[in-house]
Design a protein around this ligand. Structure first.
Ligand SMILES: Cc1ncc(COP(=O)(O)O)c(C=O)c1O
Length: 378
């Protein structure tokens, strides 16, 4: 059979996790917490399970959850989307990304992505017969060269995908970035924005610049978030998309044939739990402590640490340790040192290798300490 995705193989995350298991390594590769979510949240889900909330939810998500999302959006970003027409609950951010891309990208449309980028964007564009236009973030601070963006946009450019805080680099977009984007897009009425904001609450020492704060961007954007990231429940696969009515209408046309609706009891539980603002408001501090703790550990090793302003990922250069490619070094690390990481070349379509690997620090203190003990052998 002729593959529709010839360049997609087993992802580097799967490869590294399998190697981690085989070599009994401390797994800091894939981005998920190894600690429990809040037991109160689990109890609320159990309550709704026992109460009999087992059947299909509303296609766009149960209304109380969409209302809670709208209120949270107003609280965080000063603009309240209409829960009826502008908020859609999805089966994780991954589904929302796919639905948004499918809703707007037609054959031969161009889509700008910034590399390194999250691995689901490019296959989703390709499955819709779109053309990927990659722009590299500037190494080593992974900032955006907006002049280059302006040069790459043409009448065929249909979508621009941004992600802040950014996986895998931990960089964040600042006010000046969004203002540059505003100036660029105002000349292109048929250009849409997909803003992946799944780490919106995992940001350190500054406020998150959501596109929802900028009216001229908001009016053409799909803004995506994930409860998995915010509440330490990645396996629940629940997320959402906020977009203006015309965009949400097209988004829902795809969503209803992709999954139709999402897991019912967790939606009811999250509708209640979202009322407690401090649960998401304290997330940044929680992960900032983990970041600081893990950076102290890495500072005792020959790794050179790159800045981490958000997300639960820490990048480190291994230039002082080895001249190997990042993939070969990651394999060495998992097999010989017993720590699994992800090589950053896996996030570039051309496998750009800056000799940098990604550690996930969404882990218990003892897991990070155990990794530290092993890494000091380097
Ligand atoms: C940048 C980014 N977007 C989207 C996702 C997917 O989120 P979800 O698990 O809710 O599908 C992830 C998960 O790692 C991510 O890092």
């Amino acid at each position: 059979m002729i593959s529709k995705l010839p360049s997609v193989g087993t992802t580097i995350f799967t490869v590294m996790s399998a190697l981690a298991q085989k070599h009994q390594a401390v797994n800091l590769s894939q981005g998920f917490p190894d600690f429990e979510p809040d037991s109160a949240l689990v109890e609320i889900v159990a309550y709704y399970l026992k109460k009999g909330y087992h059947q299909y939810a509303h296609m766009a998500g149960i209304l109380p959850l969409r209302e809670a999302i709208a209120q949270k959006t107003a609280h965080c970003y000063g603009v309240k989307p209409d829960p009826e027409t502008e908020v859609t609950v999805t089966s994780g951010a991954t589904e929302a990304l796919f639905a948004a891309i499918s809703a707007v990208v037609r054959p031969a449309d161009e889509v700008i992505v910034f590399e390194p980028c999250y691995d689901s964007y490019i296959p989703a564009i390709e499955l819709n017969a779109g053309k990927v236009v990659p722009i590299s973030l500037c190494f080593p601070d992974f900032s955006v060269d907006w002049k280059q963006v302006e040069e790459k946009i043409n009448p065929k450019t249909r979508l621009l995908i941004i992600n802040s805080p950014h996986n895998p680099t931990g960089s964040v977009l600042r006010k000046a970035d969004l203002e540059s984007l505003e100036k660029i897009v105002e000349k292109h009425p048929n250009l849409y924005i997909l803003s992946d904001e799944v780490y919106e609450h995992i940001i350190f020492g500054q406020t998150h610049e959501s596109v929802l704060r900028y009216e001229s961007l908001r009016s053409r954007s799909f803004v995506i978030s994930s409860f998995g990231k915010t509440y330490h429940v990645t396996g629940w696969k629940l997320g959402y998309c906020v977009a203006p009515p015309a965009l949400s209408k097209e988004f829902r046309k795809v969503h209803q044939f992709l999954t139709f609706s999402s897991h019912t009891p967790t939606q009811w539980a999250l509708a209640d739990y979202l009322q407690e603002k401090e649960r998401y408001e304290t997330l940044g501090d929680f992960y900032e402590q983990k970041r600081n703790f893990f950076r102290q550990i890495l500072e005792k090793t020959p790794f050179e640490l790159l800045p981490c302003k958000g997300t639960y990922f820490q990048l480190a250069s291994f230039r002082q340790i080895s001249t190997q490619s990042d993939t070969a070094f990651a394999e060495y690390l998992v097999k010989e040192i017993g720590v699994a990481v992800v090589p950053i070349s896996g996030f570039y379509s051309q496998n750009t290798d800056n000799q940098v690997v990604r550690f996930c620090f969404a882990k218990k203190q003892e897991t990070l300490e155990q990794a530290g003990e092993r890494l000091t052998k380097l």
